[in-house]
Write a new protein. Structure first.
Length: 319
């Protein structure tokens, strides 16, 4: 028996060496496919996951299942646009937010899909749907927050590290030869001047204005005084968000499915998800594969600011 195994192993090695067989050490990303997680009806509700820190950058770990969230959402919407049986879209949101651009792109893609397909969109906020997570939620026709969820955090933050003191302690001096006084604005290797701070504050104010415009457009019944109140970036519980008009009701994922059916005028519907082959999905609470919040934050390269990275503009709740 051992002789046969040895011969087989030698033959396999020869085939690999000759290039006849290709063996990958890392899992290959396969196209999405539909998986039913609830119901048997012909009409379908597509449930999409917006989970983790929102970014266009997937995990830097080749063994991780994390992928570019923006690209995955676009792939799912493209598949859904070709399926006439999909009558509603349910967003399952569990995110503290992320980069300004990634949050805005996903909001835009969902809004465009809703306009083209003319089907209702319902957002259900689970543990957390704050800042960029809420930014995306307002693209929905109806928002439902879990009784114990955290939402709100309507605001912008820019993260910057000043490593000048650290470099002095270890005897390292950083310098820049530049074409203009503001060319290295935001550098972590020197203090920020007041006029530079004013420039960044102007940019932050612009991003905040866009956030408020998106909320105003998506939540037309939200009173102006309430919008001003929550514009300070505070987080809220689900029940508090209902009182202030940020969400429509407190409920569970089942309530989100029921709302999607009602808005679509369906008596019954099958809930489906798009998953990668080999991914196990048993019910409506089965999560999409992804990284932890800490790993996702690392992928934003926030700590890379210490190494000279550029400042990050974020719709993110990061206490």
């Amino acid at each position: 028996m051992s002789t046969r195994l040895g011969i087989a192993a030698t033959a396999l090695l020869a085939l690999v060496t000759a290039g006849c067989i290709s063996i990958s050490l890392f899992p290959q990303v396969m196209p999405l496919r539909e998986k039913t997680v609830q119901g048997t009806a012909a009409d379908k509700i597509l449930m999409m996951d917006i989970s983790g820190v929102i970014s266009e950058k997937g995990s830097s770990n080749p063994l991780s299942e994390s992928e570019d969230l923006v690209a995955r959402i676009k792939e799912e919407l493209t598949l859904a646009a070709e399926d006439s049986h999909i009558k509603a879209l349910l967003l399952r949101i569990n995110s503290p937010g992320g980069t300004v651009t990634a949050s805005d792109v996903i909001h835009h893609e969902i809004s465009e899909f809703k306009t083209k397909r003319k089907i209702p969109v319902v957002a259900t906020i689970m543990d957390i749907g704050a800042s960029g997570g809420y930014y995306i939620a307002v693209a929905a026709d109806q928002i439902i927050a879990h009784p114990t969820s955290v939402t709100g955090s309507v605001g912008v933050i820019m993260l910057r590290v000043n490593a000048e003191g650290l470099l002095q302690k270890i005897g390292v001096e950083a310098g820049a030869i530049k074409s203009g006084a503001k060319k290295d604005i935001g550098s972590p290797f020197r203090p920020m001047s007041e006029d530079e701070r004013a420039i960044f504050q102007s940019m932050i104010n612009g991003f905040q204005s866009r956030f408020l415009e998106v909320v105003t457009k998506g939540r037309k019944a939200l009173p102006a005084d309430q919008l001003k109140l929550i514009a300070d970036g505070r987080v809220l519980t689900g029940p508090q968000a209902v009182q202030l008009g940020l969400v429509d009701q407190v409920g569970y994922l089942d309530d989100g499915i029921a709302a999607a059916k009602q808005l679509a005028g369906l008596a019954d519907a099958r809930v489906v998800m798009y998953v990668r082959p080999g991914t196990y999905k048993n019910n409506i609470y089965s999560q999409a594969p992804g990284t932890s919040t800490l790993e996702a934050l690392a992928n934003l390269d926030i700590m890379g600011l210490v190494r000279g990275g550029t400042p990050q503009f974020l719709y993110l709740w990061i206490p």
